[in-house]
Structures are given as structure tokens and as C-alpha cells.
Ligand binder design. Structure first.
Ligand code: AGP
Length: 602
């Protein structure tokens, strides 16, 4: 998610903006920039790829100004680069803009403006805004902004300054957060509270379609009809640290609760009239095998996909941990499509696995969350997840958006290979579109998992059992619990227990059974009885409409969904169980011992 900061008042704008951007670094970004109106009434812009330290190295401290805006960019459209960084400027260099969100009709607007003689320097969607302001400017900045937002489609938080109007900053909010901080003869703007918390705790929260005119003397807010809005003053009582997590105690919990939005963003623009629109020009007829390569949680997302590709597309699938794949002389060739999954796009083992597959002639499809990171740069095709920066070491929203991307790929690939028909594709897509609300329904019952966590927190070991796709969800559930609560956990195919590991089941070993597979639920129920008779305390995740499962001590039900998509919902209670257990054990949830967010070494 990008970060925005703006200032107008009696102090030096440059230093306030740079410090504000530093308070937003935690959100993850790949470039940063600032623009000011200096005391010669010129728009000065400094921006660069990389960290804020890079930006500071190109600043000129003689650029004095009392009004300015700043931005940290998390690239989604247009790779990280100096020219793609914000702020962007109009052709006449009089309007400068920073933007969070996505202008969905930017291509059409760009073409219209080029026809009218305007030019563009960057690959971004955001640059259309300052150019439109130049086009519509007729002596009143508020009117020009109104005309611009009439033609914009998509989501945006905008901050606008202009040397024609050096006494005001215009701000607009549509589906991307923006707040105004109130000072004494000075005012602040930010995408969220940490950027301005040291200056003021009195804020206005802009609502969708509101426009704010911010000057040193005051703030005026209008609604979409141009009527004055009497904004409610909000007094912030957060510490800076809490503010970075937007009120959540940990990034992990924030990221778990961001999952509905992350799914919506990952689906956005990729479903058109009941078909998938991924824009991948994979030569499907040449592909007779699929390899999937990833590490950790990303590998489990791949295992879900492998199960469905095999069972529904009837195409052979190799799925391996990258650290193994790279040394196993894998059976991969020019007729194999290798799918590489990595949240960070920097995992060393996964990058090595990609190179191994490529060396054998395989085409590479990457699924990743970080634009232009090392792994997509070496791939033939890319599907970007739109989870936004994932700060917590334990992967949550990245996993769920990897699943979404994989389902979209399977439907697209299967349809284009004439294995899946239009009706099935359309029905699965409508199920996917209903996923965000179903995740929200689960999140609304998160206290149930907190209760489960109180029961299991002192266990030395826990089992996760399931069949089919449920056995893959068990792998992810066990990993989550291990990596942040430090409780040993083992994921085991439910049908395998009797072949040895049942010996480990005692009253002291809680068992989580995942029983969403409608065709295997009876078998899993009998496995629950199997462990119950060995005195295990049993937990179960199953659909609401499942036949009542008598032997389970604790049941968590899911809203219904087709079997193949169940892993998307099943993982949410598993994430919450791990999170609450780790909190109860007093662990450092976001930075678990021995672990790093991105493993860039072998
Ligand atoms: C998952 O919670 C862990 N953080 C870890 O397994 C992670 O998924 C793995 O290291 C892969 O990272 P990547 O997706 O960035 O390649």
C-alpha cells in the first residue's frame, strides 16, 4: 500500500514531509518522492526508486517551501523506477500530484490526452491526474479537481498542489484512506495516522467522494454534490506503534483481517462476463505437464493447486519444495509449465528452482506479491497477487491471494485447453466472488478460535488431520502454529494415522480435524472417533451443513463453498488459532524466533 503525506503552514515543509514518509516505511515500499512549492513559486520535485535515504541524498536543502506533498510507492502498475515514482507533474509543471489506488480507465484517458497534444513520462496510471488538472484548469483549483474526478474511474486518494494556487492543497478520497491533521496555523494530510501523529492528534477522516481544501488557516470539506460537510473532529489516542498497525495489536492480526480486501483486489479486473481475464499468452496446447515450485506456505498453496489440476484437468503435476526441486534433476522439459510461487519474489531456493526448470526448457509462470522482484524478472509470465505489503513473518493474506491467483490460472488454463466448460468456469468464478464476504463472516467469529487457543496453549504437540484438500490445509495450519506459538504440530493424512502415528495420540495431544471434503467427511469422522477413543481432545473445522459430528469436543463451522475452494476458507480459523495461541504464550508474533520474512539465502 502506498503512503501519502502533505503539509501546509509555517514550518519548513520538506523536513516535515521526509519525517512523515519515514513513519510510513513500515508499510513496505519501493520508491519515494516529494514535491514542494518553493519561495519562488515553482513546483520542485525530487523522487527516486529505493529507500527514503536515497531520496534524502538528492534533496536540496535550499528548496524552502511551506507547502508540499510526499509519497512512498508500492508498485502495482509500472515497475519500480525513478520516473514511475510519485509525485507526478503536469506538462506545464504547475500541478503536482501523489496518488494511492488504481485509476482503472487510465489507458483511455491517456489516449484522449495524447490526442490533445499532452505527453506522458511514466508507465503509471497516476500520471493522468496532473495532466487532466492542466487541461481542466480555468482559474479555480477546486473546480479543476471536480472536473478531473468526474472522468476518473477506480480508487484514489489524491493530494494536489499547484504553483498557480500556492495557498492550498486539494485532497480527494475514493476507496483509499486519507486523513487531515489539524494544527495551529498549519495542517497535515496523510494516508494514515503514523505519518502525522507527532504533530497532531486531532484529525478529520475523509469519507468516499469528499474533497478537502486544506490551507494553513483552515480546512473546508465538500461532498460529491459540492455541499459543505461539517466534519466530525476525531481525537487519536494511539501510540505511534499502535498507529502503524492501524489499531491492531500485531501486523499479523491486521493482515488476517485485511484478507477480504486482498481477495477483492486480486480478483479485480480479472473476471469478465463469466470468464477469466489474466492476459497470459501461454501456449496451452504445448503443455502436457505442470511443475510447481515454492517454499513453506507458498508451497502449500501450490499443493492445493496440484490437487485440483490433477483431479480436474487430468494433467500430471510435480509439486516440490524448491530446496529439493533444485537438486533432484526434475522431470521437466519444454512441454512443462513450471509455476513458481513466492510472496517476496526473492526466496533464494525458489529462484534457484526457477532457474533449474528454465535450464530444462520449461516456461515459467510466477505468482508473486512484489512487483518487479527477482523471481518475476526471470519469468515468462506473471500473475501478481494484490495483497499489499505483508509485514508479519507468518504469511496469511499472501497465502490466500496465492490461492485466488492459482484458481484463476486453473480456470483460465483449463478453459483454454478445452478441458473445463464455460458453465463450470462461470460457476467457480461466482463462488470466488463470494469469498470475501464468507471470510468476513468467519472473522466475525474470531473469538471462538481465541477460546480454542486457551485450551491448547500448553500442549507440547498438536496433530492436524484431514483427507484430500483438507490434508493440505492441515499442512498450512500446522506450520502457522509451529512458527509463531512454537508448539510442535504435525499435519497427517487422516487415513494414515493407524499406520503408526496413532501411537502418539494421548489426552495430552489435541487433534484438529479438517472435514470439509463432502465426499470424504464420513471417513474423516471415523478418524475423529479413532483419536477420540485414545482420549485426544478433538477440534474440527467443517461446513455448517455437515451432518452433526458427534465425537468432536469443539466444532468451528464454515459458510458453505464448493469442495475445491474450501482451502480458502479453512485457512482463516487456522491462522486465528495460531495467532491467539502465540499471543497467549507471550511470543513476539510478528517476529518469531529464528525466522525471517524473506529467506534470501540457501
Ligand atoms: C510462512 O508463514 C513463512 N513465512 C514461510 O514459510 C514463507 O511462506 C516461505 O519462506 C516462502 O516465502 P516466499 O513466499 O516469500 O517465497
Amino acid at each position: 500500500m502506498c503512503g501519502i503525506i502533505g503539509y501546509i503552514g509555517k514550518q519548513d515543509a520538506q523536513s516535515i514531509i521526509i519525517n512523515g514518509l519515514k513513519k510510513l516505511e513500515y508499510r513496505g515500499y519501493d520508491s519515494a518522492g516529494i514535491s514542494l512549492i518553493n519561495d519562488k513559486n515553482q513546483v520542485i520535485i525530487k523522487k527516486t526508486q529505493g529507500k527514503i535515504a536515497n531520496l534524502e541524498s538528492i534533496l536540496n536543502h535550499k528548496d524552502n517551501g511551506k507547502i508540499g506533498i510526499g509519497h512512498t510507492r508500492w508498485a502495482t502498475h509500472g515497475k519500480p523506477s525513478d520516473i514511475n515514482s510519485h509525485p507526478h507533474v503536469s506538462n506545464n509543471a504547475k500541478f503536482s500530484v501523489v496518488h494511492n489506488g488504481i485509476i482503472e480507465n487510465h489507458e483511455e484517458l491517456k489516449n484522449m490526452l495524447v490526442q490533445e497534444g499532452y505527453s506522458f513520462a511514466s508507465e503509471t496510471d497516476s500520471e493522468v491526474v496532473p495532466v487532466l488538472l492542466e487541461k481542466y484548469n480555468q482559474g479555480n483549483l477546486l473546480e479543476a479537481v471536480r472536473k478531473v474526478i468526474e472522468v476518473l474511474q477506480g480508487s484514489y486518494a489524491l493530494c494536489v498542489i499547484s504553483s498557480d494556487y500556492p495557498e492550498e492543497i486539494l485532497v480527494v478520497r475514493k476507496e483509499s484512506p486519507l486523513i487531515i491533521g489539524l494544527g495551529e496555523e498549519e495542517n497535515f494530510i496523510a494516508s494514515d495516522i503514523p505519518a502525522i501523529l507527532e504533530h497532531t492528534k486531532k484529525i478529520f477522516v475523509l469519507e468516499d467522494d469528499e474533497i478537502g481544501v486544506v490551507s494553513a488557516k483552515g480546512v473546508v470539506v465538500y461532498d460529491s454534490q459540492g455541499k459543505l460537510v461539517d466534519k466530525k473532529l476525531v481525537k487519536v489516542n494511539w501510540s505511534l506503534e499502535t498507529a502503524e498497525k492501524q489499531g491492531y495489536p500485531h501486523f499479523m492480526l491486521k493482515e488476517i483481517f485485511e484478507q477480504p480486501g486482498a481477495v477483492r483486489k486480486t480478483l479485480a479486473g480479472r473476471i469478465k462476463e463469466g470468464t477469466v481475464n489474466l492476459d497470459l499468452d501461454i501456449e496451452v496446447d504445448k503443455i502436457d505437464k505442470i511443475a510447481i515450485v515454492a517454499c513453506g506456505t507458498a508451497n502449500y498453496a501450490g499443493q492445493v493447486a496440484a490437487y485440483i489440476i490433477q483431479s480436474r484437468l487430468r494433467i500430471p503435476v510435480l509439486v516440490n519444495f524448491a530446496s529439493e526441486f533444485r537438486y533432484m534433476n526434475p522431470l521437466v522439459d519444454e512441454n512443462t509449465l513450471t509455476i513458481v510461487i513466492s510472496q517476496s519474489g526473492e526466496t533464494a531456493d525458489t529462484l534457484a528452482g526457477l532457474r533449474e526448470a528454465k535450464s530444462k526448457g520449461s516456461k515459467i509462470l510466477t505468482i508473486t506479491n512484489v512487483l518487479d522482484s527477482s523471481i518475476p524478472r526471470e519469468s515468462d509470465y506473471v500473475i501478481y497477487t494484490q495483497a499489499g505489503p505483508e509485514i508479519s513473518v507468518a504469511s496469511t493474506k499472501a497465502y490466500i491471494t496465492q490461492l485466488i491467483a492459482l484458481y484463476l490460472f486453473i480456470l483460465d488454463f483449463g478453459y483454454r485447453k478445452e478441458i473445463l466448460n464455460k458453465e463450470l468456469v462461470a460457476s467457480w468464478l461466482s463462488e470466488l466472488e463470494a469469498v470475501p464476504e464468507k471470510i468476513e463472516e468467519i472473522l466475525n467469529r474470531s473469538e471462538v478460535l481465541e477460546g480454542f487457543a486457551k485450551n491448547i496453549k500448553d500442549a507440547a504437540s498438536m496433530f492436524f488431520i484431514g483427507r484430500g484438500l483438507d490434508s493440505v490445509s492441515c499442512l498450512e495450519g500446522a506450520l502457522k502454529l509451529k512458527e509463531i506459538s512454537y508448539i510442535h504440530a504435525e499435519a497427517y493424512p487422516a487415513g494414515e494415522l493407524k499406520h503408526g502415528t496413532l501411537a502418539l495420540i494421548t489426552k495430552a495431544v489435541p487433534v484438529m480435524a479438517i472435514a470439509t471434503s463432502k465426499k470424504l467427511v464420513d471417513k474423516t469422522i471415523s478418524n475423529i472417533s479413532e483419536v477420540k477413543t485414545r482420549e485426544a481432545i478433538t477440534y474440527c473445522i467443517a461446513f455448517k451443513n455437515v451432518r452433526d459430528i458427534k465425537d468432536v469436543d469443539y466444532l468451528f463451522t464454515l459458510p458453505d463453498i464448493i469442495d475445491e475452494l474450501a482451502p480458502i476458507l479453512t485457512v482463516v480459523p487456522l491462522q486465528l488459532l495460531a495467532y491467539y495461541t502465540a499471543v497467549l504464550k507471550g511470543n513476539d508474533v510478528d517476529h518469531p524466533r529464528n525466522l525471517a520474512k524473506s529467506v534470501t539465502v540457501e
